[in-house]
Design a protein around this ligand. Structure first.
Ligand SMILES: [Zn+2]
Length: 207
């Protein structure tokens, strides 16, 4: 789409630099991913129009995300929707979540990550608490909980321990394996894998 450049500040310039602290190991994975984008091995997609109102022009307010990955943030000229206009193409998205995301975000010890992400203070419990307080008695009627893009399944563990039937999908086998050790059903792949299971969800969680 036609876009005019008016960045919020220099901080949002496409210089490939992360604006949050990134560890050595994460930096290695990140650099490899960025090289893939530069070499066009990893493909980015863009939109021809605003996904909400269909207008064909907007203003670019940012050119990278917090990790320095190219990410054109556009404000629609007509409806003012703020959206990402340079996102990973489908194949690149699979490669990202299969080969890079865990190393960049969580480091190289899936077991330890799972432990951290499911400890008494972890957000997976707070997320359950949020849902439980909203649903109140309705929580009892929930039998099946599904999470697309579940990582290691940390958000599903509380439901699993409450006796709900749970299933999640994601692409990184090492993360999935860490969650499976707690008895959570986790499948490798995208939502097509969830559809294959023919499970009907009472609750779909997406964070
Ligand atoms: Zn619009």
């Amino acid at each position: 789409m036609k876009a005019f450049r008016a960045l919020l500040s220099k901080r949002f310039k496409a210089d490939g630099r992360a604006t949050i602290p990134v560890g050595t190991e994460a930096q290695r994975a990140l650099s490899s991913f960025l090289s893939g984008i530069n070499d066009k091995q990893i493909e980015l997609s863009s939109r021809s129009a605003c996904p909400l109102c269909g207008a064909g022009s907007g203003t670019i307010i940012g050119e990278k995300d917090r990790l320095g990955i190219p990410c054109r943030t556009v404000v629609c000229e007509k409806c003012k929707l703020v959206f990402n206009d340079s996102f990973l193409a489908e194949s690149a998205s699979v490669a990202f979540y299969k080969n890079y995301w865990r190393q960049i975000q969580w480091g190289d010890d899936p077991e330890k990550n799972f432990e951290l992400r499911t400890g008494p203070e972890a957000y997976s419990w707070k997320r359950l608490a949020y849902v439980a307080l909203k649903l109140r008695d309705g929580l009892k009627k929930i039998d099946v909980v599904v999470e697309p893009g579940c990582g290691d399944g940390c958000n599903l563990l509380p439901y699993h321990l409450l006796g709900k039937k749970v299933i999640g999908c994601d692409y990184d086998e090492a993360s999935l394996e860490a969650g499976r050790r707690s008895g959570i059903r986790l499948v490798r792949g995208g939502t097509e894998e969830l559809l294959k299971s023919e499970i009907k969800a009472d609750l779909v969680i997406m964070f």
